[in-house]
Design a protein around this ligand. Structure first.
Ligand SMILES: [Fe+2]
Length: 278
């Protein structure tokens, strides 16, 4: 099976992402994928997510979507809920475009099982070397000195990050168990990183402060405990990753932001729209 995948299009961060989206259907058609996966962070605007996903309508393959943290952002107004966006609003929008919303339920495609989650973080991936400088209260507030992790403003789950992580990890565990029962090889799609080995460290603040928000070891534990999981496709970090943890291959292939990609949109896209055989 030929799987094409990408993440972190960030079309609401400037024209770069949407330029890539315009180029992508033709490039994707040349790759002849059986499955195409977008692993999160398209836009905070649901209408824009619908617009982006609709552009892949001419591509005749199975299409899977998992949202990222930016996709569940809501305006800072009373009554706005990321939980509602994740569980109700996004599934409706995504299904309309012909993509399958993987967090709603796993699927088996030509004998391969796919399960997905946004993933989340519980600060287990913080650089513990800085525990004498950065308190747990800093991590919970998502602020250190003048820097802020923007989920602090726009991700509104109505529960602690630890509880979000536990809830979503339990949902993913159930979905993986269903696929284990079906005795199929499994590809998991998780926006945040499930293994610390995939987190980039510099040993420097402020960069490593943000490592706390890269993912959680809970997802990695759940994956490792299920023998059929062969591969995990992630997003979130704007650096290509291809690492093996035991027998599990972890892949990340983000588009990222324009300022991170001096080679321009066409070259970036050629590198970022990856394929892998399962
Ligand atoms: Fe992200």
């Amino acid at each position: 099976m030929n799987i094409a995948f990408i993440s972190d299009l960030h079309v609401d961060a400037g024209s770069f992402g949407m330029e890539a989206v315009r180029l992508m259907p033709d490039l994707l058609a040349e790759l002849h994928p059986d499955v195409f996966i977008i692993a999160g962070d398209v836009s905070a605007d649901s209408i824009e997510i619908e617009d982006v996903l609709s552009r892949f309508d001419p591509i005749d393959c199975h299409k899977l979507f998992v949202p990222g943290n930016h996709d569940i952002w809501v305006p800072n107004l009373p009554g706005q809920s990321s939980k509602e966006k994740y569980e109700q609003i996004l599934p409706e929008i995504v299904q309309k475009t012909g993509f399958h919303y993987l967090p709603s339920r796993p699927v088996v495609i030509r004998g391969i099982g796919f399960a997905g989650s946004i993933g989340w973080y519980d600060y287990s991936f913080r650089n513990k070397a800085f525990d004498n400088k950065i308190s747990m209260a800093d991590y919970k507030q998502k602020r250190y000195r003048s820097r802020i992790w923007s989920d602090a403003r726009f991700a509104k789950w109505g529960m602690t990050d630890e509880d979000v992580t536990e809830t979503l990890a339990a949902q993913l565990a159930d979905d993986l168990d269903n696929l284990q029962d079906a005795d199929v090889p499994i590809v998991a799609v998780i926006h945040h990183l499930p293994f610390e080995e995939a987190v980039i460290r510099t040993g420097q603040l402020i960069f490593d402060f943000f490592g706390a928000y890269m993912g959680s070891e809970r997802f990695g534990e759940i994956i490792k405990a299920r023998a059929n999981v062969q591969m995990v496709i992630c997003g979130h970090t704007h650096t290509q990753r291809d690492v093996k943890i035991d027998s599990i291959r972890i892949l990340v292939s983000p588009l990222g932001y324009e300022h991170e990609r001096p080679q321009g949109v066409a070259e970036t896209l050629k590198e970022s729209l990856r394929t892998v055989q399962v």
